[in-house]
Design a protein around this ligand. Structure first.
Ligand SMILES: *[C@@H]1O[C@H](CO)[C@@H](O)[C@H](O)[C@H]1NC(C)=O
Ligand SMILES: *[C@@H]1O[C@H](CO)[C@@H](O)[C@H](O)[C@H]1NC(C)=O
Ligand SMILES: *[C@@H]1O[C@H](CO)[C@@H](O)[C@H](O)[C@H]1NC(C)=O
Ligand SMILES: *[C@@H]1O[C@H](CO)[C@@H](O)[C@H](O)[C@H]1NC(C)=O
Length: 217
């Protein structure tokens, strides 16, 4: 397979092929795959006939190459870090690092669709803090992720879980809600922060948000 000799051309051709195939209702939108830092991820395609040759690429660079007359060959940073299943075409990348994040594609006559993947490498969410303050008649709750702004902040979602008897109202940002001080303060409110692979939950009991009444004997 001549792949790799004219990488710029090959990438351009891929785009053209996708356009041509659109008339067959074949999707060329890259499939987004999420992998966790330090973990593994498998890119999987559907074959139309048994594989005789496979090239997996990251952008324009080869990751692995194989044909039925030679062994699997892995390139550059992927040496010792990938496994190609020549039966399924599955490419597994181990020990993911942030720098593995890129576009990947398979080139093989056995795959009619040019399968493209966007790999996003995600880090576990760190500590989550739910704080609350009393502002006049409102208790404002704020969920804060204790970490440097994540590379994938756009993938982080906040959601709130309030008991049915409590009316939580959304604040100006999704990481904030407020409830009336007159609510049933024995109830707990939960904040969930998630990205496509990880999730964290923090809880607060509303009574801890207001000054405690002095104890009268
Ligand atoms: C890939 O990672 C998952 C999750 O940690 C683990 O269960 C699985 O065994 C790993 N697969 C391989 C082939 O190492
Ligand atoms: C190929 O990868 C897919 C997706 O991870 C998995 O469901 C399937 O079992 C794999 N097949 C083989 C033969 O490893
Ligand atoms: C090609 O893509 C179409 C539409 O997404 C899908 O139905 C079909 O199974 C794919 N074929 C192969 C061989 O991947
Ligand atoms: C509570 O918050 C709502 C919405 O921001 C506001 O309309 C209301 O005046 C607040 N009440 C008090 C007592 O601060």
């Amino acid at each position: 397979m001549a792949a790799g000799s004219a990488p710029g051309w090959a990438v351009g051709a891929l785009g053209v092929v996708c356009l041509l195939l659109l008339s067959d209702f074949i999707s060329c939108d890259p499939q987004v795959i999420y992998g966790a830092v330090g973990n593994n991820v498998t890119l999987h395609v559907l074959k139309e006939k048994p594989f005789k040759e496979i090239v997996w690429k990251r952008g324009k660079d080869k990751v692995v190459e194989w044909d039925d007359k030679s062994d699997v060959k892995a390139f550059l940073s992927f040496k010792d870090r990938v496994h190609l299943d020549t039966d399924s075409g599955n490419l597994t990348i181990f020990h993911l690092t942030a720098s593995d994040e890129d576009m990947y594609s398979i080139e093989s006559p056995s795959v009619r669709n040019n399968s493209m993947f966007t790999l996003k490498v995600i880090e576990p969410l760190k500590e989550l803090v739910l704080s609350c303050t009393l502002n006049g008649g409102n208790i404002t709750m704020s969920c804060t992720l204790m970490e440097d702004p994540d590379r994938h902040e756009d993938l982080v979602q906040y959601s709130w879980d309030c008991p049915p008897t409590i009316q939580c109202q959304g604040g100006s940002v999704s990481s904030e809600v407020y409830v009336s001080r007159e609510s049933d303060l024995s109830q707990e409110v939960h904040c969930t922060v998630s990205n496509p692979l990880f999730k964290r939950i923090a809880s607060v009991t509303l009574s801890t948000c207001v000054p405690q009444a002095p104890v009268v004997w």
